[in-house]
Design a protein around this ligand. Structure first.
Ligand SMILES: O=C1O[C@H](COP(=O)(O)O)[C@@H](O)[C@H](O)[C@H]1O
Length: 259
């Protein structure tokens, strides 16, 4: 069994930090996206290998969108005990897994070199309805947790330019339910099309995300850094989903950023 993943020689980041209602926000700022991505991949790899060494297996969750694809690709180049690693999704669009909008498709493509060795759990467990899909995904998570909501060794998360995280969007009714639910997985209704989400979605609930031992957000671009700076000052879930999340999250949260 490998004790630690290969460590790359990554230039030291600058640490940006500012006060916020939920506690200081800390952002590791790298000179290049490649360095930032390599850092995130190494943190995930080390966390997974430590979990395998401690508990014989690792369970983690990863986000979709386009930003994290290089992280997943990078992880496949590292020497990990893939046969002991399960990856599930933070959120998904309720579309077939071969659809171009599918996070599952992106993740499977990026992880292709190790996909047969590892256990990848898509949130798309049923295409008859988003509720049936969420119910089946919930059951899968309960299996993974031995009958209870599982603990995740690490969560790789992202943030959209509208301050959404997972599939929890500003001004969406899901904000009234997603923080206080007993559910692990919830369906997210689409809007009328003028605002995201335009497609129905499936998301992990906030209590489920909170069961991560650590959370690492990977964001890129000047716009998202300014969105984070401003949104972290509000704890109103309707206006500022990311600010609301940070204000209540019990897990250690780190942001990694590059322009
Ligand atoms: O819709 C989504 O967007 C966010 C952010 O994606 P990005 O490509 O702008 O980084 C992502 O974290 C989430 O998983 C995805 O479903």
């Amino acid at each position: 069994m490998t004790e630690a993943a290969v460590q790359r020689d990554i230039p030291e980041p600058t640490v940006l930090h500012w006060p916020a209602p939920g506690g200081e926000v800390r952002v590791l700022s790298f000179v290049s996206k490649a360095d930032a991505g390599a850092y995130v991949a190494d943190v995930i790899a080390d966390t997974l290998q430590a979990a395998v060494a401690d508990r014989g297996k690792a369970l983690w969750i990863g986000c979709g969108g386009s930003t994290p694809k290089p992280i997943y690709e990078s992880l496949t180049t590292l020497d990990l005990d893939w046969d002991r690693i399960t990856l599930a999704q933070v959120d998904e669009r309720f579309v077939p897994t071969d659809d171009t909008n599918s996070n599952t498709r992106m993740m499977r493509e990026a992880l292709e070199p190790v996909l047969d060795d590892m256990d990848f759990m898509t949130l798309i467990q049923d295409l008859s309805s988003a509720q049936a899909c969420a119910d089946k995904a919930e059951a899968r998570f309960l299996e993974l947790g031995g009958g209870a909501a599982p603990v995740f060794d690490i969560a790789l998360m992202g943030m959209g330019p509208d301050a959404h995280y997972a599939s929890i969007f500003p001004h969406h009714a899901i904000n009234g339910e997603v923080y206080g639910t007993d559910r692990i997985v919830l369906p997210v209704a689409p809007t009328d099309g003028s605002l995201e989400p335009v497609l129905p979605r499936i998301t992990l609930s906030v209590p489920a995300l909170n069961r991560s031992r650590k959370i690492i957000f990977f964001i890129t671009g000047a716009t998202k850094l300014e969105v984070l700076r401003s949104a972290s000052q509000s704890t109103d879930p309707l206006e500022s989903p990311i600010g609301a999340f940070l204000a209540q999250c019990p897990a250690p949260v780190e942001f990694v950023w590059a322009a």
